[in-house]
Design a protein around this ligand. Structure first.
Ligand SMILES: [Fe+2]
Ligand SMILES: [Fe+2]
Length: 148
């Protein structure tokens, strides 16, 4: 049996899965099928929301308990989540209204913000969590698969 995956491995993979869903909703290179864009946008938003809820509800609270110095970075990550959620709502609204220019602009902004956010988590916060939570980290990471 292989070792249980760390927080860094599990959540970095989930970042990549979310990135793929965002790429899938690009409007480039095909005639825009808006009902499909609406569905794919919802799939992307649901995946992002699941990831954010895991971090905010499952990962950050025990991390803040064992590593009080992590509270500054986790608070900044929560603020990013709030900004990204507003843009996810805007993206869904642009899809529902079939507003192509808005949709492309919002998805580019999202792509940029998500890359910046993920780089901070993957480079700093997740390695810190794996060190601080030690054996508990793999148990927490396994709970991502149980979230709906
Ligand atoms: Fe995050
Ligand atoms: Fe994340």
């Amino acid at each position: 049996m292989s070792d249980p995956a760390t927080i860094t491995e599990t959540l970095t993979k989930d970042h990549r899965d979310c990135d793929r869903l965002l790429s899938a909703v690009s409007l480039q290179g095909r005639k825009t099928d808006w009902p499909r864009v609406v569905r794919e946008t919802e799939a992307f938003r649901a995946a992002m929301e699941r990831h954010f809820r895991f971090e905010e509800e499952v990962l950050f609270p025990p991390l803040e308990q064992v590593a009080p110095l992590a509270a500054g970075p986790t608070e900044m990550m929560r603020q990013h989540h709030g900004q990204i959620r507003v843009l996810l709502d805007d993206l869904a609204a642009a899809a529902a209204a079939a507003e192509a220019a808005d949709y492309v602009g919002i998805s580019e902004t999202l792509h940029f913000l998500i890359q910046q956010h993920n780089a901070k988590e993957e480079g700093i916060l997740y390695p810190l969590a794996d060190r601080a939570l030690a054996g508990q980290g793999a148990d927490l990471a396994a709970r991502l698969a149980e979230m709906d």
